[in-house]
Design a protein around this ligand. Sequence first.
Ligand code: ATP
Ligand code: MG
Length: 262
Amino acid sequence: MLTLAVASLSGGQGKTTAALFLGRKLAQLGYPTLLIDADPQHNLTTYLGLELKPNEPMLLEFIKQSVELQESIYPVTGEDNLFLIPADDQLDGVVDYLASSGVGATLLKHRLEPLTSTFKICVIDSPPQRSQICLTVLGAADGLVIPAEASLKGYGSLVRTLDLLKSMQNVRATQAQVLGVIPFRDRWIGNNQSTESRLAVEAMTEEVGKTLMLPSIRESERYKQAINRRQTLTDLGYSDLEYPFSLLIESLVQQLGEPSHV
Ligand SMILES: Nc1ncnc2c1ncn2[C@@H]1O[C@H](COP(=O)(O)OP(=O)(O)OP(=O)(O)O)[C@@H](O)[C@H]1O
Ligand SMILES: [Mg+2]
């Protein structure tokens, strides 16, 4: 199982959007895919339409090992190959648990080990803060996808995320490597990119180099529409908007093996 973290250390950077579209696309290609909602805001769980009662097992219980691990994994209704470890706002309670465990950064990785032959890929949506949850997510990851708004704020988010990754790599708390940076809400008017977006994307490219830059998620209502209707962008007739995810998946195929249907 290849574990991807989608992380970016500011609010509204496209983490949940990227995790959702990436996970769905991988599942549609035939890869058994596990999504993990590691954000107490639990937007990913909401977007996937999972309505759970507070006493049902979620990521908190999965990490604390207070239930059998399969009990925290739910199939996503209407989607083949797609499963979710959901969250609710109680997930905040895991912060103290991780901190006092003394092995917070490696705990999620350890918990996921029994699932490595069940799923081909795991995609984790992370919270915007540099919290214990973010550390355990990066600690579990083989690869890191960083969405960052095409703005000054987004550039700052990218820099903070890279700093955190580096400080964890330095003490061998993660093996994750950056797989790609996706500019989010890149603004274009007709054929013209806004100056703010252009400058931000240039600064990001300077930071990570051309090869790690993925095509942008453009500013568009289509993504929200697809999320709200629980449809894919292709279903809506906008398959071109899936390009950043398709390209990233193409680069992973060697590690994942060929998908069962394309
Ligand atoms: N292409 C797009 N253009 C404009 N808005 C978008 C686009 N895609 C998604 N959005 C909206 O932008 C908002 C932020 O996106 P998202 O929730 O993915 O960011 P996030 O990084 O997960 O935020 P948080 O840190 O709060 O978890 C959401 O309301 C989402 O619906
Ligand atoms: Mg989010």
